[in-house]
Design a protein around this ligand. Structure first.
Ligand SMILES: N[C@@H](CCC(=O)N[C@@H](CS)C(=O)NCC(=O)O)C(=O)O
Length: 205
C-alpha cells in the first residue's frame, strides 16, 4: 500500500495526482501543517526537514519512505506505471521531459516557495515588498519561457499528457496564488486543460 503524508494545496498533490492518473490505490494522512507540529520530534522522525510530502510504500512487504515530490513521481512511474506517462529514454522527447520536470521544481517553484516562506516569516508590516516583487519577477520569466512552447502544443512535452505536466501543474497552482498577473493565453488554455482532468480534481478535492 502507498501512503502519503500530505496537507491540502501542497506538493503532495503531485504524487497523489499521478496515482489518480495511473489508477493506483493509496491512502493519505493529513498532517497538522502548523510550524509547531512540524518541529516536533515525532514529525521530524518522519520528515527530517519538517516538510511535506512524505511517501511510505509498504507494497509487497517493502518499507520505503522518501521525501521530495519529484522523486516520488519518478519512483511511482518506474515501479508502477508500465511505461505510461513518460517518454522512453530512447525517444527524442525524453531530454525535454526531464528538463520540464526539473524546471517545474528547481527553477519555477523556487521563487514561489520563497514567497510563501517570506510571507510566513515576515508577516504584516514586516513584509518587504521589493523582495516579493523580485521573486514574482523570477516566476514571470518562467511563465514567459513556457508560453511559446504551449502555443505550439497541448502539453509541455508535446501533444500527449505526461508526468512533466503533473510536475508543472502543481507549480502553476502556486503561480496562480502568488503572481498577481493573469496567465498569458496559451498558458491559460493549458491550465484549463490540466484542471479539468478528473485525476487533478480528485487530487485537489
Ligand atoms: N522540493 C520539495 C519541497 C517540499 C516543500 O517545500 N514543501 C512545502 C509544502 S509544498 C513545505 O512543507 N513547506 C514548509 C516549510 O518549508 O517549512 C518537494 O518537492 O517535495
Amino acid at each position: 500500500m502507498l501512503h502519503f503524508y500530505h496537507f491540502p494545496g501542497t506538493r503532495g498533490v503531485r504524487p497523489i495526482w499521478l496515482c489518480e492518473e495511473l489508477g493506483i490505490s493509496y491512502d493519505v494522512t493529513l498532517i497538522d501543517f502548523s510550524q509547531s507540529y512540524r518541529a516536533t520530534p515525532e514529525w521530524r522522525a518522519i520528515s527530517p526537514t519538517g516538510k511535506v510530502p512524505v511517501m511510505h510504500d509498504t507494497t509487497n512487504g517493502s518499507d520505503i519512505r522518501i521525501y521530495e515530490s519529484g522523486a516520488m513521481v519518478q519512483y511511482l512511474l518506474a515501479r508502477y506505471a508500465d511505461g505510461r506517462l513518460q517518454p522512453t529514454p530512447d525517444s527524442s522527447d525524453f531530454a525535454l521531459y526531464l528538463q520540464w520536470c526539473w524546471f517545474a521544481e528547481a527553477t519555477f517553484a523556487r521563487p514561489l516557495g520563497e514567497i510563501v516562506n517570506h510571507e510566513r516569516e515576515f508577516p504584516g508590516t514586516q513584509r518587504i515588498p521589493a523582495v516579493v516583487t523580485e521573486m514574482q519577477d523570477r516566476a514571470k520569466v518562467c511563465i514567459a519561457s513556457i508560453e511559446p512552447v504551449l502555443e505550439q502544443q497541448d502539453f509541455i512535452v508535446g501533444n500527449e499528457f505526461t508526468a512533466a505536466d503533473i510536475m508543472l501543474g502543481y507549480t502553476l497552482m502556486l503561480a496562480r496564488k502568488f503572481v498577481p498577473d493573469e496567465f498569458p493565453p496559451a498558458l491559460a488554455r493549458y491550465w484549463q486543460r490540466l484542471t479539468q482532468r478528473p485525476a487533478w480534481l480528485q487530487a485537489t478535492a
